[in-house]
Design a protein around this ligand. Sequence first.
Ligand SMILES: [Fe+2]
Ligand SMILES: [Fe+2]
Length: 477
Amino acid sequence: MSANKKEVIAWLSERKLMPSPELVSHISNHPEGIGLLERTVTSLTEPKLFLGISDLVEEEVLEPPKVIERKKVADIPPVIIERQIQKSMSDGKLESFVSLFNDRFKNLSKLVRRDPSMRDAIRDTSNLSPDEENKIIGMVADIQTFNNGRTRVTLEDRGGRINVMLQESSEENLNLIMDEVIGVSGKLSRQGNVLFVNSPIVRPHLGRYREVSRAEEPHIALFISDVHLGSGTFQEKEWDKFISWLNGDVDYHKEWIPNPGYLIIAGDAVDGIDSYPGQEADLSITDVWEQYAELSKSVNRIPTEIQTVIMPGNHDAVRLMEPQLPLPDKVVKNFGDNLTFTANPVLLDLAGVKTMCYHGKSLDDLVSLRDLSYDNPMGMMKELLKRRHLAPIYGAKTPLAPEKQDYMLIHDIPDIFVTGHVHSFGVEKYNGVLMINPGTWQSQTDYQKMMGFQPDPCRAVAVNLQTFDTQVLDFNF
Ligand SMILES: [Fe+2]
Ligand SMILES: [Fe+2]
């Protein structure tokens, strides 16, 4: 009998319930596992002694994403929100975390299994064969590096945990992080408690189900991020020049003005308040609603033919936990019809081009990986794509909400992937994805000076959505 089945029986006997054998098998193979039993037992209307499959509550169907098509404001396709959190279902209960991690594991293990070498991976590590090669897929629950340079990883799946000794010289192993999902292949030790891996680890597959999408017309999308309006170091003069340029009033690369077209602001539109200790001293506007009122004044000067999207970041007036919900009505009502307020992250469809926008708080976690740094946002974005997850580490610097489904998953490989947050600029193509981090509109802060960090202010990245040609627009003049 597998450990899983024993666990199911023990859980039920603690509650003085006798299960049918079919129920035990069903639960031990079910992705929700004990979580499904918990929901069943709590919803029982009368005391029971025997429990069978027919007593199980309906499986919870995770809400499919609702596609929202925005109003058409110009002679171009309207902004379409393909995937984002609609409303928070987070109740802070343990079962919600279980459901969140089950959704993450289910989706990421499927993507690992798409690798030809992992197609026949077993689905339950409690059933490993003592003599043969075992292929398993698990979530990294612990990483230990020994003095001799070898790495031992604890992998977890529905069947339990297994210690895995990785190959000595595998380059990839060095950048393993907690909670990512990987596949390995190896043989069990004589005692049966360690799996010795003899080939490179396998990460979620990066293949596409579809070709890169292109717009039918040469529409332009413009990307900016981290405006930080309200900060004492917000570059107001350059920002005004940018708004004037959008109106055609500045003689500079006028062919790249997205009129009609799209403008995406990838989070931290304002500097906010209480984002860090002592922030008040660094602010030029100390009331967050006033910061948004000021922002609306300049944004309302943008021609209505430019469909503008504002996504929140960690400085904005929404919860810090990700996924973040769109800005509240109190803010939205001050903006025009050409504005779309989205959640963070969000998958947009811009004239057919799938554009994934994530503010990028988790880059604070990834920066500690080997060979990565704050001035290399492209390197960190690659690591996110490779793990098919926007915030792979739980419990570090990125607070994650216990939503029942995982909105941070990269379900499909996008055509464009945009982040902000780190205030450094980058544009690069990776695996057919155009990655962009447009930088910021805030000059070097005292804290950045102390840390020796040089931001890249006042830039926008324009993309021709038909040809994918890009142009960096620099408003430092
Ligand atoms: Fe920022
Ligand atoms: Fe940020």
